[in-house]
Structure formats: structure tokens, C-alpha cells
Design a protein around this ligand. Structure first.
Ligand code: CP3
Length: 357
């Protein structure tokens, strides 16, 4: 097997033959082969069955020449072992039946031992690593403390995070205890994934961008920093991702991460200037752009790559997860375009074979 460390080299800010590319949520409903399995199984059952989780993890790698795999799991899974009743409701997303609303609720949360409670995930990681056979690295992941805390408090997705911010402002001791329990859980959860074979660890603090810089600094940063400090002993590099984070970027960087993930609302070069070019950057094509005609996708992808300017440390990705309605042919053409354009072919006219454009 060819050993192709392009993604790991970029994460370490080393020069690469071309820019590595993978997609957040790359295993999912936009793939017909995923939908065929999903028709027959509930989501939680899929995550907890290592055979299915390993197969689904590898589906996008079989379809496209991606530079990394990400283990098929969900950021909300570890909450169950803390005492949260979690359900994925068809057409609605995650629902938590016993949301955390009081100091007593926070006190009652358990901090699970990963080997004891997440054996299914650690087994999936071992199996996928064996299957990948060194061809591309495997990413393990967890949710950021703010994002997980907000699901626990709101009971599901939220627009304004009113209950979350009220707990934060009105009961700071309970808030800090909640964040601390999540930070301790996440550090051990991510370290266990690294011990089982995850070579890079990503923290998805997807919704931290709803906070002002001052609130992020006061209520989240110290807890997130604790996680990244603990990850140093993993020997696996880390990626710190959020959306809507333009003015939070310097603070996210301070909290930790060898690579910072950014969404499309910030230009990649501006974002990189804000965090400093001594850390890597991941992103940042708008996932909805992938629904556009191919020439527009190619143009926007080229703009992202031009803003990165070939500087070592760029990992190409979308600015958020790939959406279910995404045309597969645009995904394939995009992966090929990123590789071709950045391997010294500035005139790359990679076409979408289906459309001939
Ligand atoms: O990237 C990958 O391929 C790995 C798998 C992965 C999933 N969830 C599987 C999943 C990852 C990295 C996640 C992260 C995740 N989960 C986040 C952070 C990233 C982000 O998108 O902000 C969040 C906020 C969640 C919580 C979550 N899980 C929501 C809001 C939903 C419902 C929305 C949706 O897309 O349906 C899920 C369900 C979920 N997790 C699916 C997948 C593939 C949908 C699957 C299905 O219904 O078949």
C-alpha cells in the first residue's frame, strides 16, 4: 500500500505535493450507498454497530480520492453515558428527553470511562485503521463543550440559545461544573480514540460562534483549553472547528488546536492572518456552493485555494458539513480539482463528467 501522508504533513505545516482534502460529514445521505444501509437501520444502531460504522466510514473513501477518513459516530453519542436520553427523530434531528436545566441536573451527570462505555466506537476505529492500511489517516472527533452543553440544556437544536445563555449568566457555578464535566469527559474520550488508532482528533464546537468574544473567553475558552492541553499526551495532532467564529478565531487559537477550522463567512486569508500562519487552517467552501453548476463550484474552490496561496498548513474542506442534497458528481470533481489545481496546474479545467462542463 502506498503511504500517503499528505494530510498529516499539512497538519504539521509541512510542504505537500498538493493540498489535502476531506469533507466534514463525508459519510452521509448524499451517498446512495449510505441511504441503502440507512433505510434498514436506526441511526443510533448504525453508530453502535462496528461493522456498519466501519463500512459507512469507508464509503466516501471508495467513491472519491479523499485524503482522510473520519470515523462514523456523532458528537452527541457520549452524552448517553453521562445520563442523557438521546433520540434521533426522523426529519427533526437530535432530541434530548431529559434536558439539563438546574444545578441538580448538572450534579447528577456522570463522567463515563471511555473503555467501559464506548467500546463500540473504539472497535470501529481499530477496524477502520486496519482496513485503511496506512493509505490515509483516520480522524477521531468529539463535540466542543459549548456545543454539547447547548444540546443538553436546550434539549435539541436552538436558534438563540436562550436557555443556555441564561444558565451561563444566572448560575455560573453550575455552568462551570457542566463545562468541566464535559471537558474531562471529552479529554478522556478523545485520548481513548487516539489509543485505538485515530491519528488526528477534531473538536467540533460548531455553535460556539453564537457567543460574543468576551463571553467565549470567559465561559468557554478555559474549558476548551483544558481539553487541548490534555490532548498533547495523545501524540495526535488536533483540529479546532466552529462556525460563525470570525472574531473568536484568536481566542479559539489560544484555546488550542494545531489546525483551526473556519467557515465561509470569513475569507481564508483574513482568518489565517487572525490566527497566525504558525498554525494550520482548514476550510472553507460554503457547502451550499456544491449545489451550484460545476463552473461556479470550481471558481469558488479556486478562490479558496488562491487565498491559501499554496502556503503549507492548508487542509481543504467545506466550511461546515456536506448537505444531504449535494450532487455526488460535484463532490468527485471538487476532490479532483483541488488535487489537480494545487499540484501545479493553474489552468486546471477539471470537468464534471456528468455535465461535461
Ligand atoms: O463527518 C462524518 O462523516 C462523520 C460523522 C458525523 C456525524 N455527525 C454523523 C451524523 C460527524 C462528524 C457529526 C458531527 C455532528 N453531529 C455535529 C458537528 C458538526 C456539525 O455539523 O456542526 C453536530 C452539531 C451533530 C449533531 C447532529 N447529528 C445533528 C444536528 C443531526 C441531524 C441533522 C442531520 O444532518 O440529519 C445529526 C444526525 C447525523 N449525524 C447524521 C449523520 C450522518 C444524519 C444521518 C441520517 O439521518 O442518516
Amino acid at each position: 500500500m502506498v503511504n500517503d501522508p499528505r494530510f498529516l504533513r499539512a497538519v504539521h505545516l509541512e510542504k505537500t505535493d498538493c493540498t489535502p482534502v476531506w469533507f466534514m460529514r463525508q459519510a452521509g445521505r448524499y451517498l446512495e450507498e449510505y441511504r441503502r444501509i440507512r433505510e434498514r437501520h436506526g441511526l443510533l444502531d448504525m453508530f453502535k454497530n462496528p461493522e456498519i460504522a466501519a463500512e459507512v466510514t469507508l464509503q466516501p473513501l471508495k467513491a472519491f480520492p479523499l485524503d482522510a477518513a473520519i470515523i462514523f459516530a456523532d458528537i452527541l453519542l457520549p452524552l448517553e453515558a453521562m445520563g442523557i436520553e438521546l433520540e434521533f427523530v426522523e426529519g427533526e434531528g437530535p432530541v434530548i428527553h431529559n434536558p439539563v436545566r438546574t444545578g441538580g441536573d448538572v450534579d447528577a451527570l456522570r463522567v463515563p470511562d471511555p473503555e467501559e462505555h464506548f467500546g463500540f466506537l473504539l472497535t470501529s476505529i481499530r477496524w477502520v485503521r486496519a482496513e485503511l492500511d496506512g493509505k490515509v489517516p483516520l480522524i477521531g472527533f468529539g463535540g466542543g463543550p459549548f456545543t454539547l452543553g447547548s444540546y443538553m440544556i436546550e434539549g435539541g437544536a436552538s436558534r438563540n440559545y436562550v436557555l443556555t445563555k441564561r444558565l451561563m449568566y444566572e448560575q455560573p457555578a453550575s455552568w462551570n461544573l457542566l463545562m468541566d464535566k464535559l471537558a474531562v469527559m471529552l479529554a478522556s474520550y478523545l485520548l481513548a480514540q487516539a489509543r485505538s488508532g485515530a491519528e488526528v482528533l477534531q473538536l467540533f464546537d460548531s455553535w460556539a460562534g453564537c457567543l460574543s468574544p468576551a463571553d467565549y473567553r470567559e465561559y468557554v475558552l478555559p474549558h476548551t483549553r483544558k481539553i487541548f492541553d490534555a490532548l498533547r499526551q495523545a501524540g495526535a495532532p488536533s483540529i479546532h472547528f466552529g462556525t460563525g467564529t470570525a472574531d473568536l478565531l484568536p481566542w479559539m487559537r489560544e484555546a488550542g488546536g494545531d489546525v483551526i477550522g473556519v467557515d465561509w463567512r470569513t475569507n481564508l486569508d483574513d482568518a489565517w492572518n487572525r490566527i497566525g500562519t504558525d498554525v494550520g487552517i482548514q476550510g472553507n467552501l460554503d457547502p451550499v456552493t456544491l449545489m451550484a453548476p460545476w463552473p461556479i463550484v470550481r471558481q469558488r474552490a479556486r478562490e479558496v485555494l488562491d487565498r491559501a496561496g499554496g502556503q503549507p498548513g492548508h487542509v481543504f474542506n467545506l466550511g461546515h458539513g456536506i448537505l444531504p442534497a449535494t450532487p455526488v458528481d460535484n463532490v468527485r470533481a471538487l476532490v479532483e480539482f483541488v488535487h489537480d489545481y494545487t499540484s501545479g496546474n493553474p489552468e486546471s479545467r477539471i470537468q464534471n463528467p456528468e455535465l461535461g462542463t
